[in-house]
Write a protein that binds this ligand. Structure first.
Ligand code: UDP
Length: 240
């Protein structure tokens, strides 16, 4: 029996989260901590997919320009997400669960290519699936990928790991009166102009009635706590 608030989820881990306090590149002990959290979450009986960002290595929008077309810069960003996924895959397997990286960009010598049916099969077989390479298209983000894969994998929610413990009415670092929401609808988040995800990702979530749970990955056992219905988080668009 599954002892969790959600039984099938995509966890979005930003590249920044993998960089730990260093802010850039791969911080192995941070990766090991996140991997252990994912493995414990999976042990609850939850079907788990992970979409990995690449911002700790490269973001297309930051390096494009000066002769480097955005589409090329984004291809580099997508490759960065594959690097992160492979590191996390190894860490998850070391922590005791079976994991498989599937990339939206074909690179068969490196990892499997994303195919929806095959990914569904991996989940059914109890593997943690790491979705790498974003959507495989430039001009998108891994937040959009997370919502897209969640819809394709028929997930209950996207768990968005960030460095804040939820969605606030204003920037909590700048405004002492900022208040954190426990729950908020997609519509209210738009009306209040709250930035939960980029506009494309958020529109896709809203259209597909996909709840987004925003929480801080810095908290120990962050993912497991959210799945157990504990921990500090904001549920955007969940059922009342
Ligand atoms: N990217 C892309 N298409 C996608 C997903 C990502 O082109 O579908 C590229 C884009 O350049 C982006 C980079 O990959 O900046 C890393 O992804 P993202 O910025 O979402 O990573 P995060 O901020 O989560 O670390």
């Amino acid at each position: 029996m599954v002892d969790a608030a959600y039984q099938r989820v995509i966890v979005k881990v930003s590249g920044e989260a993998l960089a730990g306090s260093e802010g850039y590149g791969i911080h192995q002990s941070t990766i090991d901590r996140i991997a252990a959290d994912l493995v414990r979450s999976h042990a609850l009986g939850v079907a788990l997919g992970v979409v990995v960002g690449g911002g700790n290595i490269l973001r297309g929008v930051s390096v494009s320009g000066a002769g480097l077309p955005r589409a090329t810069a984004d291809a580099m960003g997508m490759l960065a997400t594959v690097v992160n996924a492979l590191v996390l895959e190894v860490a998850i397997e070391r922590a005791g669960a079976s994991a498989r990286t599937m990339s939206a960009l074909a690179m068969p010598q490196v990892c499997e290519t994303y195919e929806r049916q095959r990914a569904l099969r991996h989940l059914a077989d109890g593997r943690i699936v790491l979705f790498a390479g974003g959507t495989g298209n430039p001009f998108f983000t891994t937040d959009t990928t997370a919502v897209l894969r969640a819809a394709e994998m028929r997930c209950d929610a996207v768990l968005k790991a960030t460095n804040v413990d939820g969605v606030y009415s204003a920037d909590p670092k700048k405004d002492r009166n900022a208040r954190r929401f426990e729950r908020i609808s997609h519509e209210e988040a738009i009306e209040r102009g709250l930035k939960v995800m980029d506009a494309t990702a958020f529109a896709l979530a809203r259209e597909n009635l996909m709840p987004i749970i925003v929480f801080s990955i810095a908290a120990p056992d962050a993912v497991e706590s959210v799945l157990r219905g504990k921990g500090r988080a904001t549920v955007v668009g969940g059922r009342e």
